[in-house]
Design a protein around this ligand. Structure first.
Ligand code: MF3
Ligand code: CO
Length: 295
């Protein structure tokens, strides 16, 4: 039995969330549900991770830049363009709109965007030596800081005549994100969502990378929780309204094994050399499900 004795806020005091409402009419029941889940051994979000309505507006403003940048890439990307040119587009529009490209200098990352082609799983580094050619698939992963708020999303692009089986991989990777969004609901567990995503990939004959996943996002580039897409139902963090994280499964046509580039220590490749596809959205858990803040 959970009693109120650990409760530090008086029922009639203003709620901790800043809504101005009395605690008992605001987050009191919410806190009780969290305490109950924690007492049953579940991981629950810390209060400071949750985004207020004002924080969500801040993330939306950041996301507006992030999505405009991806739209710009979508309109300009073509065969013969180098990935360094994509980096220039991203850097220029982000800064023109008042944002900062989050990847630039992040833990030493040298460019403003990640561009990952074909068997590159993620963290491809833009270069004037990498030129897009007919039949390529590429993930362009854009992340923006605006007025202290972080947004993060990525999209796939297909250049020219992409083999049908590779087009299918790109399509199913997108469906995996849709399945993740449909399975992100308050008072369920992160593992429920991750498991549903994994099932969709497996059902289509694909695998999902295990070692790299999504992340909480908004106050920082990468915050808790870590988001796996190979997880078990009923495990992982309890999802509650106000939680913001990314859904970004890396879907491999072949095996899930990967390796890191020995020279740049960033780029991740599939071990079997088969293609990998990834789309990424940033979602807010709401009272009824979730809302996509950035895509
Ligand atoms: N945008 C990637 C993500 O989805 C992170 C890239 S880290 C970087 O989490 F340093 F390469 F930018
Ligand atoms: Co991300």
């Amino acid at each position: 039995m959970i009693t109120l004795k650990t409760q530090k806020i008086d029922r009639n005091s203003p709620c901790w969330c800043g809504s101005g409402r009395k605690y008992k009419q605001c987050h009191m029941q919410f806190d009780e549900k969290l305490r109950l889940a924690a007492s049953r051994g579940h991981e629950v979000p810390k209060r400071k991770m949750l985004k207020s309505a004002a924080d969500v507006e801040g993330i939306r403003a950041s996301a507006a830049i992030n999505m405009a940048v991806l739209d710009e890439v979508a309109s300009k990307i073509r065969i013969g363009m180098s990935t360094a040119e994509i980096d220039e587009i991203v850097h220029e529009l982000t800064t023109k709109m008042g944002g900062i490209p989050a990847p630039l200098n992040y833990e030493g990352f040298p460019k403003s965007v990640c561009t990952s082609l074909n068997d590159e799983v993620c963290h491809g580094i833009p270069s004037d030596k990498i030129v897009l050619k007919d039949g390529d698939i590429i993930n362009v992963d854009v992340s923006t800081i605006f007025k202290g708020y972080f947004s993060d999303s990525s999209r796939m692009f297909m250049l020219g005549n992409v083999p049908e089986e590779t087009q299918r991989l790109v399509r199913v990777a997108k469906e995996c994100v849709d399945v993740g969004v449909a399975n992100t609901k308050p008072w369920t567990y992160l593992g429920d969502m991750g498991h549903a995503v994994h099932e969709h990939a497996l059902k289509n004959g694909y695998s999902i990378v295990r070692q790299i996943g999504g992340h909480g996002c908004g106050f920082q580039f990468h915050e808790d929780p870590w988001v796996s897409y190979v997880s078990q139902p009923g495990t992982g963090m309890l999802l509650v309204p106000g939680l913001v994280f990314t859904i970004e499964p890396m879907v491999n046509m072949g095996k899930d094994e990967i390796y890191e580039d020995e020279v740049n220590h960033w780029t991740i490749y599939t071990a079997d050399g088969k293609p990998s596809a990834q789309w990424e959205v940033e979602v807010l858990v709401t009272e009824t499900g979730c809302e996509i803040l950035c895509w």
